[in-house]
Design a protein around this ligand. Structure first.
Ligand code: ADP
Length: 239
């Protein structure tokens, strides 16, 4: 465990530097859309099925299709085995991911249907919800689901008094000097640069918060380039 202020990152990254990223579209040929997004040792895959008629019928909306997101970590994604099946954390992440993606998809042309997005984490080293959202946005675009704009997601935060981008597992939970770390997952839309999701775990002052938002927007621009490159290069990879 580190001592003193957080002046040097464990990984050697600059404070505003994202982990090495890689993305690939079309990883599950039988799906309507699919993608993989990797940041450092965190890997997320997303599969889209639909639009298809929603059952049971009473859940249907005659005005629009609905988006349904399911997030899960694979049993082998961390060193301790994860019990398969939903839990409180996965339910929360599924819900917030659904909100973030629903703000950009337009399913008004598909009344009474559902579009399912399945996000799975084969390998977790923090930032899995944002990696999952990056993969899901690409999978939705790959499936041809109408989207007002793309979304890109990043975790920003604060360790001791230092603002950082893209915390890894060591920074997220194992580095506990002072008050420990503050973790802020952020989703930014590609064109209007709106914030489609923001969560805050920990404490941060308003000026620091504003600075982390600028850092998040800059990181999301980099992520967007990786996503768009992978979408242009369907079936190939972009590292
Ligand atoms: P996120 O993955 O979006 O950062 P959390 O802050 O909830 O979400 O989790 C941080 C990290 O903690 C995860 O990415 C993962 O590496 C680790 N983690 C989460 N749940 C477990 C678990 N049940 N067992 C071991 N590690 C876990």
């Amino acid at each position: 465990m580190a001592k003193g202020l957080y002046t040097k990152r464990n990984s050697g990254r600059k404070m505003d530097e994202v982990r090495p990223m890689s993305a690939k579209v079309g990883i599950v040929p039988s799906a309507d859309g699919s993608a993989m997004f990797e940041t450092g040792k965190t890997r997320a895959i997303a599969v889209v099925r639909g639009p298809r008629t929603l059952h049971p019928q009473h859940l249907q909306n005659a005005q629009t299709g609905i988006l349904r997101v399911s997030y899960g970590m694979m049993p082998f994604s961390v060193s301790d085995r994860i019990r398969p099946g939903p839990n409180r954390r996965s339910e929360e992440i599924s819900k917030v991911s659904e909100w973030a993606l629903s703000s950009v998809v337009d399913l008004s042309g598909f009344p009474n249907t559902v579009v399912d997005v399945f996000i799975q984490i084969p390998q977790a080293d923090a930032g899995t919800r944002v990696a999952g959202l990056n993969a899901a946005a690409m999978a939705l675009a790959h499936a041809g689901i109408p989207m007002k704009e793309m979304v890109s997601a990043i975790g920003v935060g604060k360790i001791d008094k230092t603002l950082v981008v893209d915390l890894d597992k060591y920074e997220d939970s194992d580095y506990h000097e002072g008050e420990g770390s503050t973790d802020i997952p952020v989703v930014v839309t590609s064109r209007t640069k709106n914030v489609a999701l923001l969560q805050l775990d920990g404490k941060i002052s308003i000026p620091e918060f504003k600075e982390t938002m600028e850092m998040a927007k800059k990181a999301c621009n980099e992520i967007l380039k990786v996503q768009m490159e992978a979408l242009k290069n369907i079936g190939g990879s972009n590292e």
